[in-house]
Design a protein around this ligand. Sequence first.
Ligand SMILES: [Zn+2]
Length: 285
Amino acid sequence: VEYDRRKTAEDQLPELPEVETIVRDLSARIVGRRIARLRVRLNKIVRTGPRRASALAAGETVRRVSRRGKFIVLHLSGDKYLVVHLKMTGQFLWGPVVRNWPEYVHVMVDFDDGKALYYRDIRQFGYFLALSAADYTRWLEDTLLGPDPFQISADDFAAALQRRKGRIKALLLDQKFLSGLGNIYVDECLFAAGIHPLCPADQLDADAARRLHGEMTAILKQAIRMRGSTTRDYVGLAGAAGRYQERHLVYGKTGGYCPTCGTPIRRIVSAGRGTHFCPCCQPEP
Ligand SMILES: [Zn+2]
């Protein structure tokens, strides 16, 4: 089968499994390491200002790396924080401290043992924030991120859907409702649960909502085990691609057939995003 992938280029943003993979890779490498200096080549990447970021990070030790939705948070000693969003093409790579800037590398975090973290970003949409404890608290309040799919129970998820009238696809993409999902995993989760992407959220009964929650957490866990989906630029810290794209059943499968019933996969645009589904297994509400 020749899949039509012309229109999937818009979807190359790392989602929860890809960001979680990077967070785990980073944790293994940089926790306990002391930052000698943070260097910035392209100022706009550091939205809180490059000089302030360099001053904030220098001399601090990385205590912990965590994920908030699709954000990466480096918790530094001194109650300081570096928050990173990779957007479309942001990548972290690991290597030695180097004098010359590698191609497309815009920020380098040099550690005092000669190792360095490179932030590489071809499209330059990703960004860093360097935050004090008070600024970090304010950032958490301002971003209003919804719960992580792993943090909300099936019953609470079902109750939250009951209170919303929007279409399920758009709602699952809304980071203020639920944080971490993007276009690829929303399509896969709705297919697995047999739910039409345009179904109004409050029309899903409790069984369908709980089924969606179960499929969602299972798919995300499996995707993390396979180090995420590499459809274009995403790689882990060692530069290796993810493998979950091999398990995609509907996303990017326009021109192919439903693996369950053989019906041609349909593509529509919902919430401004290409949306892939089986019109037979996911009947219109
Ligand atoms: Zn089907």
